[in-house]
Design a protein around this ligand. Structure first.
Ligand code: BES
Ligand code: MN
Ligand code: ZN
Length: 522
């Protein structure tokens, strides 16, 4: 096969170090008013006639200042409403923030809590609140304490995420800061569980924020080589095994489908394998993420408008790396292999051409009709490799088709599965994560659209049901192994700050993947 020119010369000399985020999170028992911090955050439901619990205790210490805000209609308790008061001498804090929790008849859920905390934490950041103590009395009671702790940690750490490292002037970066946050749980019997949940939520959110960092980084600074360096860094920090299959080894393994996408690029492809061993035996849950560090479309070149968003076409790979970091830290009793086939998709004199026939690792021949349908080509070899390595469950994650965005937009991502148990486990995991999914079909007839005249299969099936024919293509490479395909093209980016989402790469579905793996543990 044709070799791309050596890419070493253009490789950045230094590894980009991604910014560490430090919001210290603590959990304490006892009274909120015992905390010596800059700001107390207390909650009130909408239409509250009298204050209760910690809010009432702070109100008493402030001689009824909170009740006065409610009586005057300054604070109403609407969900997410924030009212800041000067605290005076009655308490150890300088400021009290009253956070509305909405109508009491709307059942409080971990989801609503996570969203409220995320929105509130951005508002608190602009207020520059310093150290914060948040009273949990009443906030968490309808939710089990671990789930509440997890939701709050996720809301804080995901909601406060920002990607502003390339603004060289401080004024252009997101303003404000939050110091330490202490969650004060008045029910002594719940403190340990809240703490356990906070720890888990931190790990989940940090995994998701890692995926966001990788996905937001522009493609010149997140080449396959740099993704591999990041994977190696995470492996050495967390004790994962990391293997990077270089082009020469991929050739020996006959990964002709993966390599055909890399043909046009000067950047060397990297097929990354992260392994976590928490269970017995040599069987693995396989997590496989599409890692196109930039998708120009190749010879089937994309239009220029909006092409810059294709720096995020490695969000599948980023999600796998973020999930593997979290899995290593949570240490469940299960074996997991994270696979991230990474390459650019570029046009050039050495690029794959429409009509070319390539051979995947498992021997299947593929007619490349459109070089812009490259994700399925890299995943074909990833699926074949995963099976060969002993993965008995396969979950691939890919920004695979624009048609997925047409079908479901940015609210839910599509899940295709050849196995009902994998589907129901994923559905449960997505519920625990608060990331929404929708099952998509795989009827046999859709396969007719990807029959090729010259090879075993072709890589596009026309406009109709574009996400389904892409999934039908992948299904061939999963074979009889239980498999699910997550098409995350629609949810890749958030268009504005909303709840846990911050404008830019969403880091979805890291939390779903981690919950799925936790559910598979002994
Ligand atoms: N990476 C794109 C899909 C995509 C589009 C992801 C928008 C995120 C946002 C993928 O490689 C692609 O180009 N798909 C083609 C397939 C077609 C050529 C069959 C598409 O969707 O147009
Ligand atoms: Mn493409
Ligand atoms: Zn793509």
């Amino acid at each position: 096969m044709l070799r791309a020119p050596a890419g070493g010369a253009r490789r950045p000399a230094v590894l980009i170090t991604l910014k560490e985020r430090v919001v210290q999170l603590h959990v304490a028992g006892g009274n909120l008013t015992a905390q010596r911090v800059d700001t107390y955050v207390v909650t009130v439901p909408e239409g509250a006639r009298r204050l209760a619990g910690q809010t009432a205790a702070v109100d008493r210490a402030l001689d009824g200042a909170i009740a006065a805000q409610l009586a005057a209609g300054v604070a109403t308790g609407k969900d997410g409403e924030i009212t800041a008061l000067a605290a005076g001498d009655g308490v150890h804090a300088q400021r009290v923030v009253v956070l509305g929790t909405g109508k009491r008849d709307e059942a409080e859920t971990a989801d609503r809590l996570r969203t409220r905390i995320a929105n509130a934490s951005r508002r608190l950041r602009t207020l520059g609140v310093g150290s914060v103590a948040l009273g949990l009395g009443g906030v968490t009671s309808p939710i089990d304490p671990a789930s509440a702790g997890r939701a709050i940690a996720e809301g804080l750490l995901l909601g406060l995420y920002r990607f502003d490292k390339h603004h060289t002037r401080a004024a252009d970066r997101a303003q404000g800061s939050i110091g330490d946050v202490t969650l004060v749980e008045p029910a002594a019997g719940r403190v340990a569980e809240v703490r356990r949940g906070v720890e888990q939520g931190r790990v989940l959110a940090e995994g998701q924020n890692l995926a966001r960092d990788l996905g937001n980084e522009p493609a010149n600074l997140m080449t396959p080589t740099i993704v591999a360096q990041q994977a190696q860094r995470i492996a050495s920090e967390t004790g994962l095994e990391c293997k990077v299959i270089e082009r020469a080894e991929a050739e020996r393994l006959k990964m002709g489908s993966f390599l055909s996408v890399a043909n046009g690029s000067v950047q060397p492809p990297k097929f990354i394998v992260l392994t976590y061993r928490g269970g017995r035996g040599n069987r693995f849950v396989g997590l496989l993420g599409k890692g196109i560090t930039f998708d120009t479309g190749g010879i089937s070149l994309k239009p220029g408008d909006g092409m810059e968003s294709m720096k995020g076409d490695m969000t599948g790979a980023a999600s796998v790396i973020g999930a593997m970091q979290a899995i290593a830290r949570l240490a469940p009793r299960v074996n997991v292999m994270g696979i991230a086939p990474c390459t650019e998709n570029m046009p050039s004199g050495s690029a794959t051409k429409p009509g070319d026939v390539v051979y995947a690792m498992d021997g299947q021949s593929i007619e490349v009709i459109n070089t812009d349908a490259e994700g399925r080509l890299v995943l074909a070899d990833a699926l074949a490799y995963a099976k060969q390595q002993g993965c008995d469950t396969l979950v691939d994650i890919a920004t695979l088709t624009g048609a997925m965005n047409v079908a479901l937009g940015s609210v839910r991502f599509g899940v295709f599965a050849n196995n009902d148990r994998v589907w129901s486990d994923l559905e449960r995991a997505s519920g625990a994560a608060g990331e929404r999914v929708w099952r998509m079909p795989l009827d046999r007839e859709y396969a007719d659209q990807i029959k090729s005249d010259v090879a075993d299969v072709k890589n596009t099936g026309g406009r109709a049901a574009g996400s389904v024919t892409a999934a039908k293509f992948l299904e061939r490479f999963a074979g009889n192994t239980p498999w699910a395909h997550l098409d995350i093209a629609g949810v890749m980016n958030a268009s504005s700050d909303r709840g846990v989402l911050v404008k830019g790469n969403s880091g979805i579905p890291v939390r779903t993947l981690v919950h799925f793996v936790l559910g598979r543990a002994r």
